[in-house]
Design a protein around this ligand. Structure first.
Ligand SMILES: NC(=O)c1ccc[n+]([C@@H]2O[C@H](COP(=O)([O-])OP(=O)(O)OC[C@H]3O[C@@H](n4cnc5c(N)ncnc54)[C@H](OP(=O)(O)O)[C@@H]3O)[C@@H](O)[C@H]2O)c1
Length: 320
């Protein structure tokens, strides 16, 4: 099969289209004929091997050499003991914990990571939802109706869904991202939109909940921006910021009455299926910015990394 492979951490120039053996599903696994794979920040992080947690699977070289974790496609074969799906079923899921593999014509995934694709969603749309949907749903579950929530890194895949889910719950959302995305954030329902390159969101008000998808601030800065009894969770960001949040965060919280910590996102169909159903019913929107072909994976990653995408960037591996 054709696959986009990398064997060392680096920029998009380390990616190479190659002919590699089609993987074989083991017990409990499914071979998926990939139709579409969306790009997440984790792909970019795993390509470059930074932040440090991106090297958990291989300190010097990537252990899994094909990126692309958010996969939508059709079941091509099933391994021993895999009973939930049969050949030809349309499925989607997040393969982040199982070696990724979506920038290829076929990928092996545990059947437990997969859900049936809603008929009303295209493969491109479905591929945009597993990781971002799970993050958005779990972040918004922490917000109470009528409360003030700030989302930093709000213009990306998870943030775009989180804004809409929060607004649907009656939460007042302030969204932070770069200047080019501010109108987009307002169209998603954000009451206020802040440019992170010119304003410091930790000095713009007090929030009941702060969700930071790209954290790099000190815990004191977050604490300053929290209302009494407020909560701050970081989801991704620099290793330093995540470490500070796990170690000093709870301590500072004990002293000040605020709650500061890391949101460890649970994966799997139960975490994203409901969001997908709400997208399928038209209640919330899955925004697709651009669709690239498999041999354009380096361009797709660069487009995502350049900060111009308004919505998800997707790689369409084959015709639906
Ligand atoms: N905790 C867990 O269990 C878990 C699990 C999976 C994933 N994650 C993490 O969750 C995060 C999900 O992100 P995503 O996929 O939604 O990312 P994304 O689509 O890349 O969106 C990130 C957004 O943040 C913006 N941004 C970049 N630097 C910023 C800054 N300094 N201040 C404010 N905004 C900034 C980006 O804009 P620009 O275009 O300007 O760069 C982009 O719009 C990732 O960090 C990932 O590693 C965590």
């Amino acid at each position: 099969m054709r696959a986009v492979v990398y064997e060392e951490y680096g920029g998009t120039d380390v990616l190479e289209m190659r002919e590699v053996p089609t993987p074989v599903p083991g017990p409990g696994e499914v071979l998926v004929e990939v139709v579409a794979t969306s790009i997440n920040l984790s792909d970019w992080e795993n390509l470059r091997g930074t932040p440090a947690y991106a090297r958990v699977g291989g300190m010097r070289r990537p252990r899994h050499t094909i990126l692309g974790s958010d996969i939508a496609g059709r079941v091509a074969a099933v391994g021993d003991g895999a009973t939930r799906f049969g050949a030809g079923d349309a499925v989607f899921g997040d393969n982040l914990s199982h070696g990724n593999g979506g920038f290829a014509e076929f990928a092996v995934m545990p059947e437990s990571a997969l859900a049936p694709k809603p008929a009303r969603l295209s493969f491109v749309e479905a591929s945009a939802l597993p990781q971002a949907g799970a993050i958005a749903a779990q972040a918004v579950a922490l917000a109470a109706p009528g409360s003030r929530m700030l989302i930093n890194g709000a213009g990306g895949g998870s943030g775009s869904l989180a804004i809409q889910l929060a607004v649907a719950e009656g939460v007042h959302v302030t969204a932070v991202d770069n200047e080019r995305k501010l109108d987009y954030l307002r169209t998603l329902g954000a009451e206020e939109a802040i440019d992170y390159r010119s304003d410091d969101f930790t000095r713009t008000g007090r929030y009941d909940l702060i969700v930071d998808l790209v954290a790099h601030r000190s815990i004191f800065a977050y604490r300053r921006a929290l209302a009494r009894g407020g909560r701050c969770v970081v989801v991704g960001g620099t290793a330093r910021a995540l470490l500070r949040m796990t170690t000093v965060g709870p301590l500072l919280g004990l002293l000040t009455g605020a709650r500061l910590g890391v949101l460890f996102v649970r994966q799997g169909p139960r975490q994203f299926e409901q969001v997908a159903q709400r997208c399928a019913s038209g209640e919330i929107e899955v925004r697709i910015d651009r669709v690239f072909a498999l041999d354009e994976v380096p361009e797709a990653l660069a487009w995502h990394g350049e900060g111009r995408a308004l919505g998800k960037v997707v790689v369409a591996v084959r015709e639906a």
